[in-house]
Design a protein around this ligand. Sequence first.
Ligand SMILES: [Zn+2]
Length: 628
Amino acid sequence: MTGRKGRLVRDASGATVYAKRNDGLVDPDGHKVTMEKVNLAERKAFMNGEKLVAIISEAASSGISLQADRRVPNTRVRVHITLELPWSADQCIQQCGRTHRSNQLHGPEYCLVMTAAGGERRFASMLCKRLQNMGALTKGDRRAADASDLSNFDVDTSYGRKAMRTVLELTESPDFYSQTPPPKHVRETLGLALNADLQRKWREYLEIGQDALIECGVTDGRDMDKVTVKTFLNRLLGLPIRTQNLLFSHFAAELDEQIKKAKEEDKFDEGVVDLHGESLSVAAGYPHALANDPSSGVELWLHRIDVDRGISYERALEMVDAKKAANPDGALGKAEGFYRSEKSILGREKEGLHGHMILLQRPVKAFALNPVPIFKVVRPSTGLGKDTSLKDIAYLYKKVEDHELLRKTWTRLYDDARTVCAHGPNCKEKREKGDCKVGLRIQSKFVLSGAVLPFWEQMQQAVGYVYHQASDRAQVRKISRMRIVRVRCNDQDGKEVRIVGIQIEQETIITKLKAALARGSADPAGAAAASSTQPDVKPDIKPDVKPNLGGAAPAPKVVYRSGAPPHQNKGALVTIQDLVTKPEYNLCGGYICDYDAKTKRYSVAVMTGIHVGKVLALKARNLLPRSM
Ligand SMILES: [Zn+2]
């Protein structure tokens, strides 16, 4: 279906001749189809199942419906292949909409085809962003499918900007930066071995990068702060393929590293996420109402969701079979399959119980230059775990050959993990504290739903913030720990329920929240007054200030003076000193968020060292001014 009038066809003698598209095309009444109605006739043939492949061009792609409509004979699943990603996301959405419309029996499967050239990802990135904004993409379903994780392509983010800046900075002065060996993630992606050649090769790369980025006008006389990720990727398109791939791989490795770091520090904003697990159910006695919003009468509900992470043997086989089917040759990869630990599990030596897991290789990223194969790890007790490379487990695990033994042990581990923690039946923690949940199959998560907005402030107080400073001179950012989750699970009667709400990680936070809510309902005026002195509520810190890396104008700073009126010290950077009961915080850098006149203490957010994000209530004498 195109805007063309004719096409080239091969005749009986093998010669190609030009023929009109309506030649020989007749409608059901036997009349010749007019040129204006060719596309309609072709569409009909496709929807009736007389033709199973439809080729549509840009020109014909608006308005036409090709979905697996319930009302037409051809209700097969549509596989929609896009050969050339359009330049605009709107256009792409338009095209995708041809096969994805209302009244369809099932949605289409999209295949977006592109090359691995670095610059081309710019379009994929933009498209992905749009799809995400439209809510068309989620973070995969709860059965942990990962084949279509388009977030992989989302590079135009704050992490993307940081990654790009790193690349630009490094390549700007090869003389200087080649003196320091590159970090592991950069070495791996660029394929630089850790040997005597490292410095020379690293320098070579930096110089290639420098030349290329000047040549394509990214760093030529521009203020580095003004280069956007979009420009960067656009300009990369003009470079020779090898060079753009090198630079892009470096950029992608830095991006992954930024995201990894942010996740470790609990600062990665994942948007709305789904709770994952093999089966999810609402625990008995839940949900119950925590509070009632007087103005709307809507209640704030607390759900406890029991997430079963365990993978039964049958399910494990299912996963392996699914992987086989997805692999190009229909078989498992060389390193894929079941593994058994060489040593028995700690605490289970007497029983001779060994750890078991499945390794399934993740799809190799299309842009990786020297890909180290990465494997998904699935265990009978805890399900999907952290990704690993073969190198990391080769000494500990060997591939399983005996499948009868495997079935027995796997099932035993699966059944055990319902009640026995990872430390075995003689767990010390359990003996001493009465309970240990490490490695148990079922984990409880809490979700608040219903009248979430009226009680937002109390929830925010209970959940708290993390504090983050991108660089020495940047403003401190205050990031809420509030996480929105989407849950699809079964209630006590086995009926499916869907919940969207705020996830609460620890039970202790619920206790805090209950206290905050009780204060609120007992005396609204008092609660309002009390909350204004709460350290977490007053937004003294500008929420989303751009880090100031240019150095032109340093961020406004407050210098801590121990004798000054306490409120004047808000926002000052300090060094913590002389703590006796909590010596581990001494010499940590911090940031004064507030002052509590009642206790005469400052609330200080720790910003350096391993305690980053902790908020302490400290006396003035435990603080020293700290320079930027
Ligand atoms: Zn234990």
